[in-house]
Write a protein that binds this ligand. Structure first.
Ligand code: S3P
Length: 451
C-alpha cells in the first residue's frame, strides 16, 4: 500500500550454543524482478520457477498486473520461493494504468519499471512507501530523458513519485553511470529495447549482469567487456523479447548473513543449497575467504543462465580486511553482513567510499554503526568510510545484547538478528518484520539453525 507506515514490531533473539543445518534460501530477488518484467514484455507464457516471494518481487508483480499482465502463482510458496506463470499480450497489448503504480519498498521495481515505461507509449506514475520516496531518481531521469521519454519527479526531479510519459520509439544513447548501479544500467537497457541503434552503458565497476544475461537468453543482442578502463555493455537495435522459462537460484545476498554467522560463530557448520554464484554477485564469498572464512563451494550443473553452487561454511578465525569503493560496489547488498564479520575479526577493518549505502532502504552507514555500537562493537564513521575493530579474544566478541533499530530495513534487521546469535544476552530488534521484503522465512530459519 502506498506510503502506509508499517506497524512497528520487536523481535527478540537469544545467543545460539551451536549453529547447524542446511538451508534452502529464498529465490534471488534481482533475478526474480527481471524474470517477471521480461516475461511481461514478451508475448506469451513464461514460467518463473523458485522465484522470490518477498514483498519487493510481489511489488513488481503487482505493477505488471496493473498494466494488464496475468501473473499466476502455482502452488503454495515454499521457504521464500514460489513458482509463477506470467501470461502477457506483449508490451503492445498492455493497458494504461488507471491508478498510481505501487513499487512499495522496492528500488529495483522503481528503477527497472521506469526504463520499461519510458519505452511504452502511455502515462504512468510510480510511487511507493515512505522509504522509497527518499530514494534518488535523478540518476534514471537524466538518461531516460536523453532517450526521448518525459519524466518528472518531486523535489526538483530528485525523488518519487515519478511521472513517466513513454514513447514507443526512443533514441539510442551512450550512458556513463555516475555511480556504479545495476538498477540504472538495467533501466537504460530496458528502455533501449524501444530504441534503434546501439545503446551503450559504461560503468567504472562491472555491476550485476543479470539483465544482460537474461536479455541475451531472450533473443536480444547484448555484449559486454572491458574497454578504456571501463566495463562497457552494448545493445544492438533493441527488439522484441521472446518468452522463456527461468529457474531462479537461491539469493546470495540472503546467503551472506548465514556465511557470516557460520564463519564467526564458535561452533558452526551451515550448508546453503543452490546459491547463485554469478561472478558479478559472488564478491561476498571471495571477501569472506580473504578474511579467513572456511567456505566450501560445490558447483552445480545448471541448464539456466546463472551459475549455482552449494556452499558450506564452518567456524573460522577471521582477520580484518581493507575494502575500497570498487569492493563496496561489487558487494553493495552484503556490506551490512560483512560489517558483522569485521566486528568478529582480528584487527581493524576499513571500508572506504561506501556513500551509496546511505541511499538504500535506509541510511545503512548510520544504521550499521548505530546498531553494532549499541551491541558493544567498536565502530567509527568518518564521512562515507567505516572503521570496525574486531575483538575475537573477548567472550562473544565483546558483543552484548541490547535494543537495536532496524529502521524498517530488511538487511539491517537480518544483520542484527545474526549478531544476536553471537552476542551475549538478549538482542531486541525493532522493525524486524521488514525481513519479509527479501526473505519472508528468515526468522524461521534463524530458529532452525540453532542445533
Ligand atoms: C539491484 C541493484 C543494486 C542493489 C539492489 C538490487 C538490482 O542497487 O543494491 O538491492 O537488482 O539491480 P543499485 O544498482 O542501485 O546499486
Amino acid at each position: 500500500m502506498l506510503a502506509s507506515p508499517r506497524v512497528s514490531t520487536r523481535t527478540v533473539v537469544h545467543p545460539a550454543a551451536r549453529l547447524r543445518g542446511s538451508l534452502r534460501l529464498p529465490g534471488d530477488k534481482s533475478i526474480t524482478h527481471r524474470a517477471l518484467i521480461l516475461g511481461a514484455l514478451a508475448k506469451g507464457e513464461s514460467h518463473v520457477y523458485g522465484g522470490s516471494d518477498g514483498l519487493d518481487c510481489n511489488s513488481t508483480a503487482g505493477v505488471l498486473e496493473a498494466l494488464g499482465v496475468s501473473i499466476e502463482r502455482l502452488g503454495a510458496p515454499d521457504g521464500g520461493r514460489v513458482d509463477r506463470v506470467v501470461r502477457s499480450p506483449g508490451r503492445q497489448g498492455w493497458c494504461e494504468p488507471a491508478g498510481v503504480l505501487d513499487a512499495g519498498n522496492s528500488g529495483t521495481t522503481l528503477r527497472l519499471m521506469s526504463g520499461v515505461l519510458a519505452g511504452t507509449p502511455m502515462y504512468a506514475v510510480l510511487d511507493g512507501d515512505a522509504s522509497l520516496r527518499g530514494r534518488p531518481v535523478a540518476r534514471i531521469i537524466e538518461p531516460l530523458r536523453r532517450m526521448g521519454a518525459t519524466l518528472h519527479a518531486r523535489a526538483a526531479d530528485t525523488l518519487p513519485p515519478l511521472t513517466i510519459v513513454g514513447r514507443s520509439s526512443l533514441s539510442a544513447i551512450v550512458h556513463r553511470t555516475p555511480v556504479p548501479s545495476a538498477q540504472v544500467k538495467s533501466a537504460v537497457l530496458l528502455a533501449g529495447l524501444s530504441a534503434r541503434g546501439v545503446v551503450e552503458v559504461r560503468e567504472a565497476v562491472a555491476t550485476r549482469d543479470h539483465t544482460e544475461r537474461m536479455l541475451r537468453a531472450r533473443g536480444i543482442d547484448v555484449r559486454e567487456g572491458p574497454a578504456d578502463g571501463e566495463w562497457v555493455i552494448r545493445m544492438e537495435d533493441g527488439g522484441s523479447v521472446q518468452p522463456r522459462d527461468e529457474r531462479v537460484p537461491g539469493d546470495i545476498s540472503a546467503a551472506a548473513f548465514w556465511l557470516v554467522a557460520g564463519a564467526a560463530h564458535r561452533d558452526a557448520e551451515l550448508t546453503l543449497e543452490t546459491v547463485g554464484v554469478n561472478p558479478t554477485r559472488r564478491a561476498i564469498v571471495d571477501l569472506l575467504r580473504q578474511m579467513g572464512a572456511r567456505i566450501r563451494e560445490e558447483p552445480l550443473v545448471t541448464d539456466g543462465t546463472e551459475p549455482m553452487a552449494t556452499l558450506t561454511v564452518s567456524t573460522s578465525e577471521l582477520r580484518a580486511i581493507d575494502l575500497g569503493p570498487g569492493d563496496v560496489a561489487r558487494a553493495i547488498d552484503e556490506i551490512p553482513a560483512l560489517c558483522l564479520a569485521a566486528a568478529c575479526a582480528r584487527g581493524i577493518t576499513h571500508i572506504r567510499g561506501a556513500g551509496e549505502l546511505r541511499r538504500k532502504e535506509s541510511d545503512r552507514i548510520a544504521g550499521i554503526a548505530g546498531g553494532l555500537a549499541a551491541l558493544g562493537a567498536r565502530v567509527a564513521v568518518d564521512g562515507d568510510d567505516l572503521t570496525i575493530e574486531g575483538r575475537p579474544d573477548l567472550p562473544a566478541f565483546g558483543l552484548a545484547g541490547a535494543a537495536v533499530q532496524a529502521h524498517d530495513d530488511h538487511r539491517l534487521a537480518m544483520l542484527f538478528a545474526v549478531a544476536g546469535l553471537l552476542a551475549d544476552g538478549e538482542t531486541a530488534i525493532d522493525d524486524a518484520a521488514s525481513v519479509a521484503v527479501s526473505y519472508p522465512g528468515f526468522l524461521t530459519d534463524l530458529e532452525r539453525v540453532r542445533a
